[in-house]
Design a protein around this ligand. Structure first.
Ligand SMILES: C[S@@+](CC[C@H](N)C(=O)[O-])C[C@H]1O[C@@H](n2cnc3c(N)ncnc32)[C@H](O)[C@@H]1O
Length: 494
């Protein structure tokens, strides 16, 4: 061996040593940060102190930023532009028996990709059929090398969506994956709150989705830390593979893929969480669920929810979900959402001298543990539970005693004229006036926190849209309450 090549080898050895030292150093720093995330999130779980949730979030986010700085953005660098893979994807779908005549994948402003009609479809006609073999299901995950980890991990045993996320990470890194053409057309990143900065999240105030977002972020940061620890300490072969790909960035990508694209299908008598290729390219619009799983033919079937003309985008209906859910779990807001509602936090204060009797009456109606009530986007925004709460909340001792003597005071949950008469205009006036004041206070809080002057990024416009929808519900509720109070019969002293 010549002197040159020996010195080259020595150089290689010392670079190898350096790299190893760097790697161990990185691992040590990450292990420290991961422990801190676990500790911080468990303190919060134990105290559940909502008033401190924002400070907690900022601390968690700071740790997560330190973690991602060390880990780097591995995943994004390895994923290429999804559009470049569409042709190969369509070929793979055809080869595996997916039927989608007269349909192509296209870009639509505000939706990213979607399905485009290349011919007219009439309402009820079959648009897509997707054989089960192209789907990625929790069953595939359980039958894969991940099974050894699932067998010892209680979280994976109970949460199929997380199992699917880890399985997706493995398949994303598997060059021979059967689903490679599908995975290559998945988005590189998502509009879920896991991609929001804290400045963007803060814009959600005073929406109830602000707290839900912090909770979701906290829970994903905790899951990341939990799995990081397991992946680096347990001796299971598949975890060696996960060590190479598991970072906060890749985990939020996998979790967001699951959140925005998962479907539940009924496979041999059991509900199974799954990715359904092509079906999951459909964007949402209002309508009816016209998608189903055909157990005889072992395939998913998607029927047109209305007529679609040539060149139009083909939509499906994701289900009756309020915008808060769509925002949090799907990363978008649907302005004309007929199933929208706004959650308001209401409860009997611990200082209320009538708390005990009010709570026992609420418990009789099954509302003892309810802390959030919905205002609905419809002509009468007040549901039976909220109606009962505001009535009970505003009763005096005498009224509470009277209503508590009934075994099931069902009139309290009803706005039918006979029930309203039984409850009496006096109680209803106080109840509706109380709610009116609450709604006006909430509206004032939205005005104070309006984000008019913020630079319009996709995240900011989603937040603005969500809050606009919430304000509309509140304004409609105020109008409804004012009208209800105005038309209540004049109170008769009993
Ligand atoms: C199942 S995927 C649909 C395909 C997706 N557009 C894509 O490019 O892969 C669901 C995602 O599509 C987007 N989306 C679906 N319906 C939408 C709508 N009505 N408005 C805006 N975005 C929508 C959201 O980003 C959502 O997370």
């Amino acid at each position: 061996m010549g002197r040159k090549s020996q010195s080259k080898q020595n150089q290689k050895k010392s670079t190898g040593k350096e790299n190893n030292k760097l790697y161990l150093q990185k691992r040590k720093e990450l292990a420290f940060l991961v422990d801190r995330v676990l500790r911080l999130t468990s303190i919060f779980q134990a105290t559940g102190n909502v008033s401190k949730s924002w400070e907690h979030h900022l601390e968690i986010e700071k740790l997560v930023n330190e973690i991602t700085n060390i880990e780097g953005t591995q995943l994004r660098n390895t994923r290429t532009l999804r559009q470049t893979h569409i042709d190969k994807y369509l070929q793979w779908l055809r080869e595996n028996g997916v039927q989608f005549d007269g349909i192509e994948i296209a870009e639509f402003k505000g939706y990213d990709l979607g399905l485009k009609a290349l011919k007219d479809f009439t309402e009820g006609s079959l648009i897509l059929t997707i054989p089960s073999k192209v789907m990625i299901t929790e069953k595939n995950a359980k039958e894969s090398e991940l099974s050894a980890f699932i067998a010892v991990d209680p979280l994976l045993q109970n949460m199929p969506n997380i199992t699917l996320a880890l399985f997706l990470l493995l398949e994303n890194n598997n060059p021979d994956s059967f689903w490679k053409p599908y995975i290559e057309v998945l988005p590189e990143k998502y509009s879920t709150i896991l991609y929001y900065t804290s400045e963007e999240l803060e814009l959600l105030k005073p929406s109830p989705v602000f707290e839900s977002s912090l909770k979701l972020y906290r829970s994903i940061a905790r899951q990341y830390a939990y799995f990081y620890k397991k992946i680096h300490t347990l001796d299971i072969p598949v975890l060696k593979k996960l060590q190479e790909v598991f970072t906060f960035d890749s985990y939020r990508w996998a979790v967001s893929t699951v959140m925005t694209r998962q479907n539940n299908i009924r496979l041999s008598e059991a509900d199974v969480t799954a990715f359904i290729p092509l079906w999951d390219m459909c964007n949402h619009e209002h309508g009816e669920i016209r998608t189903d799983y055909n157990n005889e033919l072992n395939r998913g079937e998607c029927y047109a929810l209305r007529d679609f003309k040539t060149d139009e985008q083909i939509f499906i209906f994701y289900g009756a979900r309020p915008n808060a859910d769509l925002f949090l779990h799907n990363g978008f807001v649907y302005p004309n959402n007929q199933h929208d509602s706004l959650s308001v936090t209401l409860g009997i204060s611990s200082g209320d001298p009538l708390r005990e009797i009010k709570m026992s009456l609420l418990t009789k109606l099954g509302l003892g543990c309810v802390t959030h009530y919905s205002l609905f986007k419809r002509q009468n925004p007040i549901g039976p539970e909220l109606l009962a709460f505001i009535r009970i909340f505003n009763m005096n001792q005498e009224e509470l005693t009277k209503w508590s003597s009934q075994s099931l005071p069902s009139d309290l949950v009803s706005s039918e004229p006979s029930s309203a008469e039984a409850v009496g205009a006096d109680i209803d006036r106080r109840a509706h006036t109380y709610l009116l004041t609450r709604c006006k206070l909430l509206l004032a809080a939205y005005k104070k926190n309006d984000n008019e002057n913020r630079t319009e990024t996709d995240h900011v416009s989603n937040v603005k849209l969500l809050k606009q929808c919430e304000v509309q519900i509140l304004e409609a509720t105020v109008t409804y309450l004012e009208e209800t109070i105005r038309t209540l019969p004049t109170a008769v002293k009993q």
